[in-house]
Design a binder for this molecule. Structure first.
Ligand code: ADP
Length: 513
């Protein structure tokens, strides 16, 4: 615009006031004719429903948005109608009331839920304003905004807030919420109750938490928080918090952070549960477990020595007095040697069994197919035996030596307790639908051997428990299945079996649950 065209001071006084009265400013070139076309364009493009009514409540002007809520065939009748005809009587009375109010006081505003002639129920925020129209007569202009979506969203929000509130109040676990940038902290009433803290004593700052944390747990908790916030690892920790009465109790906490667009953590929330009694029981169990293992370890070590002594004394007796001994002594000596050898074997197995618990496991990623192939090598020379691997086995994280001995034991048993001319063993993966609802892979080792009566299904897993005479079926100490079960449990799995006497046995097991 050239500087000369610019409206000079006082230019507004010359116009007809259409713009000025409406509180608008304009340039001199924007004439009243321009105003009319502006109104036209506004009225047709606006998505609010706009209408003008006269003193008889008849619509004298309506925009496209308003017309479009009427069915096609009614649209040309809209102007001239009071529109009340098309509405429910109570609804019509309600908005006539608003019209009246606008005529009397100059304006009215209402939020109304209406069933429109097009069959849709809408929530409208309607403002009506009185103005002086043609011939100085009063009219009202109404602008109705469809706020149905906003209302629905509001309702949804209310619902979800109510649900959240219920969950917080009804939850047996405590809930927490930490605004990481401000360190503001929220604890649900249940959380406060768990630490015996009165509501008014709670300080809504993260120090409330760290101040109660047991000094020994500070490092592991900080490490877990860092791991979660920096690399998203699950936050699932056990720690001790000091209650108001000064006593520390064990808690289990889980949580989840939310990160901002720039990758920095904004907020973290989660749950907390009192696990004190469980933790104490677990610790006591672990201690007695450790003691038992220590005992087995020491006993088996220490027993080896005297057993060796018994053996050598039997040997010396035979060496030194061989010729002069009465003939019936020799079988007795033999028996002493056998028994000592057996006791020695049992102590070795006891030692191995306890090692499984006391030694740190060394887990590696391993291919069970390759591992099984090595195991089967041992049985390769047997002519009366067919061993089939019926599935491709998965990769797992585990201890190679222990897992090899697990398969070796099960397969060896299947051949040992087997009278069939052709001894058949199948190793495979069970169909998940037969797998007793186990989520993990279910392995099986099946044989066509002598079978096991159901009443012994539990006992066979006990250490040194055999179902046969000592030397029947190739002998054995009865440690094999105890060992097998131990390996499986160490890998987070379980073992069970299915068997029929005379038909064969299938051992099923998982390696992680
Ligand atoms: P061991 O073989 O040294 O006796 P195990 O612990 O391996 O010890 O087995 C315990 C008992 O379970 C065995 O004595 C045997 O009676 C029974 N058993 C184990 N595996 C089988 C099998 N596949 N078929 C029949 N009986 C079995």
């Amino acid at each position: 615009m050239a500087p000369d065209d610019r409206p000079q001071d006082g230019a507004h006084h010359d116009d007809t006031g259409i713009f000025r009265d409406a509180g608008l400013v304009r340039s001199a070139e924007f004439s009243d004719a321009g105003a009319l076309s502006l109104i036209k364009s506004l009225m047709s493009s606006i998505s609010d429903l706009v209408f003008v009514k006269d003193r008889d409540y008849r619509i004298v002007l309506a925009n496209h948005a308003l017309l479009s809520v009427y069915p096609e065939e009614m649209r040309d009748r809209v102007v001239g109608y009071t529109t009340v005809e098309e509405y429910d009587e109570a609804e019509a009375a309600a908005f006539l009331e608003q019209d009246r109010l606008a005529f009397e006081t100059g304006s009215s505003e209402v939020t109304e839920r209406l069933l429109f002639p097009d069959g849709v129920t809408r929530t409208l925020l309607t403002r009506k304003t009185r103005f002086e129209g043609p011939g100085g007569r009063p009219y009202i202009v109404g602008i109705a905004r469809d706020i149905s979506r906003i209302e629905q969203d509001r309702e949804k929000l209310r619902d979800s807030e109510e649900r959240y509130d219920l969950a917080v109040r009804g939850s047996a676990v405590g809930l927490w919420d930490w605004q990481i940038r401000t360190n503001e902290l929220f604890w649900s009433d249940r959380f406060k109750e768990l630490v015996g803290l009165a509501d008014e004593k709670f300080v809504p700052h993260v120090d409330e938490f760290f101040g109660r944390l047991h000094p020994d747990d500070l490092d592991p908790v900080s490490a877990a928080l860092t791991a979660h916030l920096e690399s998203g690892e699950p936050y699932d920790v056990e720690y001790r918090l000091r209650r108001e009465d000064g006593v520390y109790r064990w808690f289990n906490a889980r949580g989840q952070a939310i990160w901002g667009n720039d990758g920095s953590p904004l907020r973290m929330a989660g749950s907390v549960d009192d696990i004190h009694d469980q933790k104490l029981a677990q610790n006591a169990l672990q201690r007695s477990y450790d003691k038992l293992n220590q005992f087995a370890h020491v006993a088996s070590h220490d027993l080896k020595e005297p057993l060796r002594g018994i053996n050598s004394h039997a040997f010396f007796l035979r060496e030194d007095f061989g010729d002069s001994l009465p003939t019936e002594v020799e079988p007795r000596l033999q028996r002493i040697e056998d028994l000592a050898a057996r006791a020695s074997m049992m102590t070795t197995e006891l030692l191995e069994y306890s090692r499984l618990n006391t030694e740190a496991d060394e887990r590696v990623e391993l291919d069970l197919n390759a591992l099984l192939e090595e195991v089967l090598d041992v049985f390769a020379d047997r002519t009366d035996t067919v061993i089939t691997v019926a599935a491709s086995l998965p990769m797992i994280r585990g201890e190679p030596a222990a897992l090899a001995s697990l398969f070796r034991n099960l397969i060896a048993n299947g051949l040992k307790y087997n009278d069939a001319d052709e001894k058949r063993i199948t190793v495979g993966l069970a169909d998940p639908t037969d797998a007793d609802g186990h989520a993990a892979d279910v392995f099986f080792v099946r044989d066509n051997g002598i079978g096991i009566a159901e009443q012994y299904f539990d006992q066979i897993f006990l250490i040194f428990r055999r179902l046969h005479k000592r030397d029947d079926y190739g002998g054995g100490t009865g440690a094999g299945l105890a060992f097998v079960r131990q390996v499986i449990e160490r890998h987070g799995g379980t073992i069970w079996l299915d068997s029929a006497v005379g038909e064969g046995t299938t051992f099923f097991f998982t390696l992680s649950t």
